[in-house]
Design a protein around this ligand. Sequence first.
Ligand SMILES: [Zn+2]
Length: 181
Amino acid sequence: MELLPSGKVAACTAKHEGRVAVLRTNVNIAPPFDYETETPPEVPGDYCVAIWDTGATNTVIAATVAERLSLPQIGLIKCQTVNGERDSAVYLVSLFLPNRLCLPAVRVCEGDIFGADVLIGMDVIGSGDFAVTHYEGNTVMSFRIPSKKCIDFVVEEYAGTPRNDPCPCGSGKKYKQCCLQ
Ligand SMILES: [Zn+2]
């Protein structure tokens, strides 16, 4: 599923002072809208705390968020939880990430979240480019949708190594037969 209409590109960055153990940002949630026929709504004032979780398959919202926004339920899915399988409500929402990056219609399910109102899962993260860096000890998370290029630190660091030279990783093999592949 495309989360942004084709031709649109959007990005957001969250800079932290120091190193953080959990990637948290504020997000805003509102009912879904149609990018083709409606203008994006103003960013709703009431924000939620979101955790960006590469270990989560789907984006999840807490029941309190669905209740507060009176979101219409669009279905039920079976979810595995620590207490076994349970039915979880599914909603369609617009998700306002930092820098007013707005995804107009994201399917989210309801679940219990520890320490946040929203879990941003790989359904969102995986639809674009996502980077986490710790330059000079500060965590910076950046996200762009849709994906525009591959970031590869191996290529970046070993650039300029002749193909037939020993591989910089120390394997003893030629670069072309090792990390260049
Ligand atoms: Zn190598």
